[in-house]
Design a protein around this ligand. Structure first.
Ligand SMILES: Nc1nc2c(c(=O)[nH]1)N[C@H]1C(S)=C(S)[C@@H](COP(=O)(O)O)O[C@H]1N2
Ligand SMILES: [Mo]
Length: 407
């Protein structure tokens, strides 16, 4: 133990004046803002994807989920550089030697455990979130329930952390960035942006020029967070499309719309959707079967609605098709019914989804046959798909084969 301790660096081996509480608190403040927005918008997304809740997810405004989920991915992306800089500034604290005595050891152990929960959960959320928005799922666990559970650990330990550190945070935010009064002992003195002048809060002259000042580090951090956002936000903000070089979705795809799971990936074949295709609408013992021609013979409606994927990309489109409420009328089901929507898909999740009454009764909720003026391509859900306002993309079921009224 003692030999290991000798090999480890000591807290005072880290002398950079950039690792100051005045820097950590400023970066931490924005990190806290990002995590809070991410947490709240994540709650919205989780709620929107849950089937059983007493208050239905509203169908209006139609762009609501697009905005909250766009914000979720944007703030999560901005949090990555912020977290890295924050961890860098406080990293030496890891090597602080605990005080002597049982009490001091216990306090240190508790503090370390809470920091481990905070850092571990934050890293987990950002890493899995980034991988999710890159559509890379190399894990076996359910992304949504795990990401959701860990989010509570993160927000809980964040609240504890802020409460414990509040006196330091307040002092650090109230002080000038170059103030050294809160610094750990043995750190070098700050290089200010004004070479040759005294750094505020110190009576030592700042002789050394060059190197990065605290203000310089903060500016670089904000720039890195801004760049990360600009490089990816084009997946959801059309104006940024051309600058978002790292965006997973650029808005391209057949019929002017990205494809998430293709027909091939879902194992939907051209045979499945050929002449033998039938849509079944069922309400208790009443059922009707409709071919594509039957659907086309019904009154067609056109709506402008976005597809907003949980992975952060979204796009506007114009949809034409049959109102779901009109289909229910064929089997004398009330428009405020909850529905089970089943897809022809053979592989992967989301083959069956629930469409709650709040969407079913909305005039904008269609079983769409066309997108942007053309017959749906197979990848976009030919012969027909659900499109409803303010709904996570994952529930906009493609290749629909049946609509059943739930008792
Ligand atoms: N049957 C079925 N429908 C589906 C999916 C799926 O995997 N299976 N993916 C959904 C997801 S995650 C999204 S974001 C939208 C995307 O629609 P698009 O591929 O037509 O753009 O389709 C949804 N519809
Ligand atoms: Mo999606």
């Amino acid at each position: 133990m003692s030999r290991l301790a000798e090999r480890l660096p000591r807290e005072d081996s880290f002398r950079s004046e950039l690792r100051s509480p005045t820097v950590a608190a400023r970066v931490g403040l924005w990190l806290g803002v990002c995590f809070t927005v991410c947490f709240l918008t994540g709650l919205v997304s989780h709620y929107a994807q849950n089937v059983d809740h007493p208050v239905p997810f509203p169908a209006s405004p139609s762009w609501g989920y697009r905005v909250t989920q766009g914000l979720h991915v944007i703030t999560g992306t901005a949090a990555v550089p912020l977290l890295l800089v924050k961890l860098w500034t406080v990293f030496p604290r890891l090597f602080a030697r605990p005080g002597r005595g049982v009490r001091a050891l216990a306090v240190t152990a508790l503090e370390r455990a809470s920091i481990l929960a905070l850092v571990g959960s934050a890293v987990f959320l950002l890493v899995t979130g980034l991988m999710n928005s890159a559509q890379w799922y190399p894990w076996a666990f359910s992304f949504r329930s795990t990401h959701y559970a860990v989010a509570w650990v993160a927000i809980g330990s964040l609240v504890v952390h802020v409460a414990v550190k509040l006196p330091v945070i307040r002092a650090a935010l109230g002080a000038d960035v170059d103030d050294t009064t809160l610094d750990r002992p043995h750190t070098d003195m700050p290089r200010t942006d004004r070479p040759g002048t005294d750094g505020p809060g110190t009576d030592r002259p700042t002789e050394r020029g060059g190197g990065l000042s605290r203000r310089g580090l903060l500016r670089t951090t904000w720039a890195a967070a801004g760049l990360a956002v600009l490089a990816t936000a084009g997946s959801t903000v059309p104006l940024l499309r051309t600058v978002s070089v790292l965006a997973v979705r650029t808005g391209d795809g057949p019929q002017g719309l990205p494809v998430n799971r293709s027909a091939a990936a879902a194992q939907v074949t051209t045979d499945d959707v050929g002449d033998s295709y039938r849509l079944t609408v069922a309400h208790g013992s009443r059922t009707v079967e409709l071919g594509r021609e039957d659907l086309l013979a019904m009154t067609q409606h056109t709506v402008d609605l976005p597809i907003a994927c949980v992975e952060g990309w979204s796009a506007d489109a114009t949809w034409t098709g049959v109102r779901v409420a009109d289909l229910l009328a064929l089997v004398e089901a009330p428009a405020d019914s909850d529905l089970r929507v089943t897809s022809l898909q053979r592989a992967g999740a989301f083959g069956t989804t629930a469409l709650q009454a709040s969407f079913v009764e909305d005039d904008r909720t269609l079983l769409a046959l066309q997108v942007n003026g053309e017959t749906l391509s197979l990848d976009h859900g030919f012969p027909c798909r659900i499109i409803a306002p303010n709904r996570p993309g994952v529930l906009q079921t493609k290749w629909v084969t049946s609509l059943e009224v739930l008792a």
